[in-house]
Design a protein around this ligand. Structure first.
Ligand code: SF4
Length: 363
């Protein structure tokens, strides 16, 4: 018998769980601990303080392995309560967790988070959700613009984590979707999340009210197969997206990070065809596409080559253009001519192969 997409889904189970003292007082921590126990985690440690210890091994390799297999249940830092804009994706960044157990060799978190790559999930979920109200109607990326105002005030939940990848031990994404779908915000609101996993079962029956757009992050076979360790295969992600779309969710593809690997036209073409086949016949399909080309910073390159010393990922500053970010930070993107070639091809291929999709941005 062919296994269903759901049964082929990878469900991450941490080896170690640590709960800080402040987190242990919150009801959501009890739910996370119960989920971890049910998943068979034997090592659950209630700390006496809010300092997370015991993440470092004898060398960088051991520290990486220990941190990536640990779930820390913490209270979010006060700075997280003040939401930040996150262009071009959404009006506001809504963090439910920070860190991810997967092993993508280009991971953008490498340049943003410091210290051992542990996954921290926030136990103060009630406060995080209650804080959304104050931001409704105040965004500058979607709600305050002519082109994307119809999306409402958007909250992006996957800036610093893959919320579906940790869902079966946290329950945070389902709670957030249900809140977005049932709470009276006083104006149109959209929750957004993107994932490289396909375990959508817990989301299917939620009262989402069409207010959550889940996108799957997908890539050419030559990128996904080589550089995205610890994630679900692209076919499983697309199957998950199809199930969500059939359950009435607005859906999306995050094609990222786009790389001109050998045979990229054929491989990205096959990817778009597979997405079209998966979404074929979905009643009232609401589909968007976001395209993000590969980039890196000097800092992320250093961290990633430390974590993945044998990586074949191209991160050669000589082959890239330098771009300066908001605070003068350097990032390396593809050269103008390479970018133009990619963009021209994607514009045409998307129009031909996924005509129902609305492109939100290219970067
Ligand atoms: S799934 Fe996303 S957040 Fe997780 S390692 Fe991969 S790129 Fe990083």
């Amino acid at each position: 018998m062919v296994p269903s997409p759901q049964s082929r889904t990878r469900l991450w189970t941490p080896k170690h769980v640590v709960v800080t003292r402040s987190a242990a007082e919150r009801p959501h921590a009890a739910e996370i601990v119960a989920r971890c126990e049910a998943a068979g985690v034997g090592d659950i440690d209630f700390l006496r303080s809010d300092r997370i210890t015991g993440l470092r091994g004898d060398d960088e390799r051991a520290t990486y392995a220990r941190a990536k297999s640990t779930l820390a249940v913490v209270v979010s830092p006060p700075s997280k309560r003040k939401l930040q804009p996150i262009p071009p994706s959404a009006d506001w960044r809504l963090d439910l967790a920070e860190g991810c157990p997967a092993h993508c060799q280009y991971c953008y978190l490498a340049g943003s988070l410091s210290g051992p790559p542990v996954t921290r999930v926030y136990a103060d979920l009630d406060e995080i959700l209650a804080g959304m109200d104050a931001y409704v109607g105040r965004g500058g990326v979607t709600s305050g613009t002519a082109g994307r105002a119809h999306e409402g005030t958007t909250f992006e939940a996957s800036c610093y984590t893959d919320p579906l990848g940790i869902e079966h031990v946290t329950g945070s994404l389902a709670a957030t979707i249900a809140h977005a779908g049932t709470h009276d915000f006083g104006g149109p609101v959209q929750l957004r999340a993107t994932t490289k996993f396909g375990g959508v079962e817990p989301l299917l029956g939620l009262p989402h009210s069409g207010r959550t757009r889940i996108r799957v992050s997908v890539n050419a076979a030559g990128v996904a197969g080589r550089f995205e360790g610890g994630t679900d295969p692209v076919a499983v992600r697309l199957a998950g997206l199809g199930r969500l779309a059939r359950a009435g969710y607005p859906a999306g593809l995050t094609i990222a990070p786009i790389m001109p690997v050998p045979g990229w036209r054929e491989e990205y073409g096959a990817l778009l065809d597979a997405a079209a086949a998966e979404l074929d016949g979905v009643p009232g399909l609401d589909l968007t596409v976001e395209c993000i080309t590969h980039r890196f910073t000097p800092g992320s390159r250093e961290v990633l080559t430390g974590w993945y010393p044998n990586t074949k990922l191209e991160m050669d500053p000589e082959r890239r253009s330098r771009k300066f970010g908001k605070y003068g930070a350097v990032k390396y993107v593809y050269r103008r001519e390479d970018m133009a070639e990619l963009r021209t091809w994607f514009d045409r291929a998307l129009a031909e192969r996924l005509p129902a999709a609305r492109a939100l941005y290219w970067t």
